[in-house]
Design a protein around this ligand. Structure first.
Ligand SMILES: [Fe+2]
Length: 142
């Protein structure tokens, strides 16, 4: 079965996803504080943190499962980058210019913007970028 486009216009948006966490309360509060989102909202077994584009991150206790590391990337404004990066630094969090963590304490300048990676309390790799990903071949340095 191949790609079959819809014949009528439809809107499909990512609405929510579950973020398995070692400590969902700590993780949800970390996200809310580091990004400046609203406070976590309980919803059944989840703690929801709403991102500005209407996606909700539902933090859930991984219980006895090992947390499988995921990657969550956020497109942020220039002012928001400064604020978030400032919080990363003021908390003394480790950060890297690259997902392989070979360039600690640095940011990258990919696609004419700024980007940096850091870990959430469960080990998920977070990324903030001020420009969307573009042409891969344009990446010549961190
Ligand atoms: Fe990424």
């Amino acid at each position: 079965m191949g790609y079959v486009p819809f014949s009528s216009p439809m809107t499909i948006k990512l609405n929510h996803t579950i973020v398995h966490s070692r400590d969902p309360r700590a993780a949800a509060e970390f996200f809310a504080e580091i990004f400046g989102f609203g406070p976590p909202v309980p919803f059944g077994p989840f703690l929801g943190v709403k991102v500005d584009n209407e996606v909700t991150l539902d933090f859930l206790d991984a219980a006895d499962m090992e947390v499988q590391t995921q990657h969550y990337a956020f497109l942020v404004g220039e002012a928001e980058f400064d604020q978030i990066f400032g919080r990363i630094r003021s908390r003394g969090l480790s950060c890297w210019a690259d997902p392989g963590k070979k360039h600690p304490g640095e940011i990258n300048r990919h696609f004419g913007g700024r980007g940096v990676y850091f870990d959430d309390p469960s080990g998920h790799l977070l990324e903030i970028i001020t420009k969307p990903y573009g042409d891969w071949s344009s990446i010549t340095s961190r």
